[in-house]
Design a protein around this ligand. Structure first.
Ligand SMILES: *[C@@H]1O[C@H](CO)[C@@H](O)[C@H](O)[C@H]1NC(C)=O
Ligand SMILES: *[C@@H]1O[C@H](CO)[C@@H](O)[C@H](O)[C@H]1NC(C)=O
Ligand SMILES: *[C@@H]1O[C@H](CO)[C@@H](O)[C@H](O)[C@H]1NC(C)=O
Ligand SMILES: *[C@@H]1O[C@H](CO)[C@@H](O)[C@H](O)[C@H]1NC(C)=O
Length: 447
């Protein structure tokens, strides 16, 4: 692990064993000024030491590093006092170090599997110290042993709520983990248009603790389709390079032309990738990162854009969120349909599939957008990226007054059409054009 990726992770072993400064009540009163001076110096040193260490490790207890101490396969590390969302998990307070008070109760959970040490799906244990946790009967385990026989199984629920302006007719699905008692931990929600097979947006809460995320965690071998598309539709197949080329050939009326748009060489980025909405790296734990691999949480995105301006935007948003003290709501969605010239030069809308009535489904979006929103201050900012490396009329793509010059933290290359022409907007202004942006009360620009 590169130490610079997770500041603080190198401190764990030494720091969590330092006891906090104790109250002086059991010291006898000082007898003379000499002793007084020694005490004052000692006190000053104590304050300095406390200040130096307090932001990382406040008190004795347990501490684990997200990048060094998680067993594989890892269990979910749940705070039984938390809520049924991202705040239901212990998150790293400093760098990638998660600390627990002595006696703190932790629920280790392996939905769809069992803990190796107990053979049960869940285990409640208390922090003893260091990396030692103790179950109710007194048996102690090192954190490295508290793993699962298989990776925690992630699933979805129909929330019963609806979304979509103006008519609120689309279902909202929640993705996350379900425990044996039915408790569901919601990691993100998706507003889905079933008729078109398109996701309007995904939304999740980004916490500042993302700075300690588990880096380089392996991707799963596949995305999950679920029951969301019509019977018999294989969305995995629809995304393969062969099939997207065939679909585009059909749309533009020429296989030769399609082969110019979708490059068949595997080292080329001119193809439609499964572009994540809530991103893999937007979650601290590897088990959570894997829960983003649902087709409902992706849309066809040119890899030239996915790997360039979109990746940079995601990275910059995480860095920005990691420098704040309060969480952000992050909405990421799609809009419109990308077009390419057919053999007659007429612009044709792109899609990857057809439904049984020959209607286009899984549209290739014209736009990927992202809104960061601070629910406390009601400040928000929106980002727009063009999902078309062949965009012909860049000025026609701009749908708001660009406010990127008010943000200092974006490192993308926004004018580069291949990387995905991009800009920034006031949320309210963009929401007038992009109805996929849900209704939000936005009182100012989040910078
Ligand atoms: C738990 O069991 C699985 C499956 O047998 C194994 O792959 C894994 O290494 C075990 N984990 C620990 C921490 O012992
Ligand atoms: C994808 O291609 C395979 C093999 O060419 C074909 O059998 C299948 O019907 C195609 N699927 C779609 C969704 O186009
Ligand atoms: C496809 O990509 C390869 C490798 O990047 C490149 O050499 C080739 O010219 C491209 N083909 C087309 C039709 O653009
Ligand atoms: C645009 O970005 C691509 C890489 O995504 C790069 O190869 C190209 O040189 C850039 N074009 C300009 C005009 O900067």
């Amino acid at each position: 692990m590169a130490p610079n990726k997770s500041p603080g992770s190198g401190y764990v072993v030494v720091e969590f064993k330092l006891a906090a400064p104790r109250p002086h009540s059991n010291l006898r009163p000082p007898r003379n000024s000499q002793e007084m001076r020694v005490l004052i110096i000692a006190g000053v040193l104590l304050v300095i030491a406390a200040a130096a260490y307090s932001h990382s490790i406040p008190r004795a207890g347990c501490a684990i590093s997200i990048n060094q101490n998680l067993p594989d396969p890892q269990a979910l590390v749940i705070n039984p006092q938390g809520t049924f969302d991202i705040f239901g998990f212990f998150l790293p307070q400093s760098g990638d170090i998660v600390t627990f008070d002595v006696g703190q109760e932790v629920l280790f959970a392996c939905p769809g599997a069992t803990l190796n040490v107990t053979g049960t799906a869940e285990l409640l244990a208390n922090c003893v110290d260091g990396t030692t946790f103790q179950q109710a009967d007194g048996t102690q385990h090192d954190f490295s042993q508290l793993g699962c026989t298989k990776l925690p199984f992630h699933t979805y629920q129909d929330t019963g709520r609806l979304c979509g302006r103006p008519d609120q007719i689309y279902p909202i699905y929640a993705f996350g983990f379900e425990l044996s008692n039915g408790d569901f931990y919601n990691l993100y929600e998706v507003c889905f248009d079933p008729a078109n097979g398109n996701t309007r947006y995904s939304v999740f809460t980004q916490t500042p603790e993302i700075r300690g995320y588990q880096s380089g965690y392996p991707r799963p071998s596949s995305f999950i389709q679920g029951p969301f598309y019509y019977n018999g539709f294989d969305i995995y197949q629809a995304y393969t390079r062969d099939n997207q080329t065939a679909a585009i050939a059909n749309i533009v009326g020429s296989m030769d032309l399609a082969l110019q748009y979708v490059n068949q060489s595997f080292d080329s980025s001119f193809y439609l990738a499964r572009g994540h909405l809530a991103a893999k790296a937007d979650y601290v734990y590897g088990a959570h990162q894997r829960a983003t691999f649902w087709y409902l949480n992706v849309a066809p995105q040119w890899q030239t854009f996915n790997e360039a301006n979109w990746a940079q935007l995601e990275y910059d948003c995480r860095t920005y969120a990691g420098q704040r003290s309060s969480p952000l709501k992050v909405f990421t969605g799609t809009h419109g349909q990308s077009v390419l010239p057919d053999i007659n030069g007429d612009l044709q809308p792109l899609y990857l599939g057809l439904d049984p009535n020959n209607n286009a489904i899984v549209h290739v979006p014209e736009i990927f957008w992202k809104v960061l929103y601070d629910p406390q201050t009601q400040e928000g900012v929106a980002f727009v990226g063009s999902n078309n490396p062949y965009l012909e009329n860049p000025p026609g793509f701009i749908k708001c007054t660009d406010v990127c010059d008010q943000l200092t933290w974006l490192l993308w290359d926004p004018k580069n059409v291949t990387s995905g022409l991009s800009y920034c907007c006031e949320v309210n202004e963009l929401a007038q054009t992009i109805l996929e942006i849900p209704e939000l009360t936005v009182s100012g620009l989040l910078t």
